[in-house]
Design a protein around this ligand. Structure first.
Ligand SMILES: Nc1ncnc2c1ncn2[C@@H]1O[C@H](COP(=O)(O)OP(=O)(O)OP(=O)(O)O)[C@@H](O)[C@H]1O
Ligand SMILES: [Mg+2]
Length: 180
């Protein structure tokens, strides 16, 4: 029986959803994961993300940020999207513009409870976001967070920028999912 997201029946995504939910199961043991999903425009990346959010247990916080195809994207654009779900320590550091304080505040928040940090359209990420993803990716084994990233056809360019960042990233790369 297909599940509905936004009034649409989501077809043929059970495998991908099960993989993502399995990554969340690992959070109770304190181990984070990186999940990479690549597909062409319109293949259903954002829909998969919404379906995933609906499958999460109530104790797992879902945070979503988007990247846009802008000539001059704002620094940490996805984090600004997530701001309403982030504590003052993080949003204050975000507004102040100091990178070290921001990374530390965000790490503290992520360490405090299980969560999913989702970034849609990673191929358009600003450079600051790429640095943040690399920073968290190197520490993913110590944080109870699933970093779930979706990207379009330029996925290989976007994703290879993170290579070497952590073993978890390498595992996610080898197991990354494409939608058909
Ligand atoms: N598994 C699915 N079953 C049925 N319809 C789907 C499924 N996935 C997506 N759709 C429909 O396809 C359309 C495009 O989906 P979606 O916006 O999720 O794609 P996308 O890959 O995120 O696109 P973009 O590259 O433009 O961001 C939407 O109308 C959505 O309802
Ligand atoms: Mg989309």
């Amino acid at each position: 029986m297909p599940r509905k997201v936004g009034g649409v029946d989501v077809l043929e995504r059970d495998l991908q959803l099960d993989t993502l939910v399995e990554a969340v199961d690992g959070l109770v043991r304190g181990h984070g994961r990186v999940a990479l999903i690549g597909a062409e425009a319109g293949a259903g990346k954002s829909t998969l993300l919404r379906a995933f959010a609906e499958r999460l247990p109530g104790n797992v916080q879902f945070r979503l940020g988007r990247c846009d195809d802008l000539s001059t994207p704002a620094s940490f654009a996805p984090l600004w999207d997530m701001a309403p779900t982030l504590p003052g320590a993080v949003t204050d550091a975000l507004g102040a513009g100091g990178r070290s304080a921001l990374f530390a505040a965000l790490r503290d928040e992520l360490a405090s409870s299980p969560s999913v940090l989702a970034v849609d359209d990673l191929q358009w990420a600003d450079e600051a976001t790429i640095d943040l993803v690399r920073h968290l990716g190197r520490r993913i084994d110590e944080l109870p967070v699933v970093m779930c990233m979706h990207s379009g056809v330029t996925r290989s360019t976007a994703v290879t920028r993170f290579d070497g960042c952590s073993a978890s990233w390498a595992r996610a790369r080898s197991g990354s999912t494409s939608l058909h």
